[in-house]
Design a protein around this ligand. Structure first.
Ligand code: NAP
Ligand code: ZN
Length: 349
């Protein structure tokens, strides 16, 4: 059993410290890889701080992990030692139910998909990406294309697929006006992906502070909600609004009113508090309010290949293990530009 360094927190204060964890040897159908980079998703923060319910502490979060394959089981055909791989939010599912067969492992109902830091099939807690190693079934790992700068690639495994999947499903493309609400880790990927799909992209952000970046990443228009009249001026404008906001104090009714008839407000943000909307904003114009959760493994690979083909990748700030605690505070204060990525080699220091 390889022992590796990892960073864990012990309670809701989400103060991280270095620790040692054991990673299992790969079984016949599994690979073991050295994690090199791990992204910090806002979901890690919601989880570590107990915002989504009870947590198994000590917690080693991280569901955006990339690294290089070290060992493969006897029956592995997809990967060999030296390959660059990534794992996202899931590490297993039944692969037999109707959803798994359709490539939508995230909806597995037999009994459910297993999430990267949660519990395994025996109910034991599992560790995630803030660690130096990971063992996973080969069919839950994706190949990282060479065209994507490796050190930037980790956030694609969650932020990339979580924005690609709804943009594809709701047909962002030429002739469509897409607004990305909130330009954080998910939002800045949503802007790039929607632009690469050919849509006219708008950013709707708190302030003007990200305007230059938004336009550089592919937005044609940028709106700041801190400026009076912004929401009203955008009534009946968009085909799709992709909401990546992590807080629920939004005026959802005003955003629904920004949709054209048949337009879609698709939410990926997961704030802890419930929200309220005025249903008349849905009824007028036959508008749709939808949600979207990550994407399946094949679609995740498709997203990686799409990003490689279009020359897009996350904008990251690289940090060391000792910076994780502070990074959490900066993410919740919307100060990250646009994803923190942990260099796990620094865990040896
Ligand atoms: P993030 O980097 O913190 O970005 C969230 C953005 O929301 C911020 O940059 C900010 O954008 C905006 N925002 C924050 N507080 C706000 C407020 N009070 N009012 C209005 N806007 C606010 O977070 P992330 O990692 O992108 O994740 C975003 C959300 O998606 C989280 O809730 C996360 O748990 C969820 N998530 C869902 C899935 C899924 O499968 N559906 C997957 C991953 C993550 P501006 O500064 O531009 O306003
Ligand atoms: Zn995530």
């Amino acid at each position: 059993m390889p022992q590796v360094f990892a960073y864990a927190c012990d309670d809701k204060t989400s103060v991280f410290h270095r620790t040692t964890i054991e990673i299992r040897e790969p079984a016949d159908n599994e690979i073991y890889f050295d994690i090199q980079y791990a992204g910090i998703c806002h979901s890690d923060i919601h989880t570590a701080r107990g915002e989504w319910g009870p947590v198994h502490y000590p917690l080693v979060p991280g569901h955006e992990l990339v690294g290089v394959v070290k060992k493969v089981g006897d029956k592995v055909t997809k990967f060999k030692a030296g390959d660059k791989v990534g794992v996202g939010c899931m590490f297993a599912s039944c692969k037999e139910c109707e959803y798994c067969k359709a490539g939508e492992e995230q909806f597995c109902n037999n009994p459910h998909a297993y999430f990267t830091y949660g519990t395994d099939q025996n109910g034991n807690p599992t560790t995630g990406g803030y660690a130096q190693g990971f063992t996973v079934r080969e069919d839950f790992a994706c190949r990282i294309p060479d065209a994507i700068p490796f050190e930037t690639s980790a956030p694609l495994l969650c932020a990339g697929i979580t924005t690609y999947s709804p943009l594809k499903r709701w047909q962002a493309g030429p002739g469509k006006k897409v607004a990305v609400l909130g330009m954080g880790g998910l939002g800045h990927m949503g802007v790039q992906i929607a632009a690469a799909m050919g849509a006219e992209v708008h950013v709707i952000s708190h302030s003007r502070s990200k305007e230059e970046d938004g336009k550089r990443l592919g937005a044609s228009y940028y709106h700041a909600t801190s400026e009076p009249g912004t929401l009203e001026a955008l009534r009946d404008t968009f085909d799709i609004i992709l909401c990546t906001v992590s807080a629920s104090d939004l005026n959802y009714t005003a955003y629904l009113n920004m949709l054209k008839p048949y337009g879609v407000f698709v939410d990926v943000g997961l704030p802890e508090e419930p929200a309220s909307i005025n249903l008349s904003a849905l009824v007028h114009g036959n508008r749709v309010m939808a949600g979207s959760m990550i994407g399946g493994i094949d679609e995740t690979q498709e997203m990686l290949d799409f990003c490689a083909e279009h020359g897009i990748h996350p904008v990251i700030e690289m940090i060391v293990g000792e910076d994780i605690t502070e990074a959490y505070n900066k993410v919740t204060a919307s100060q990250v530009r646009y994803r923190y990525v942990i260099d796990t080699a620094t865990f040896n220091d």
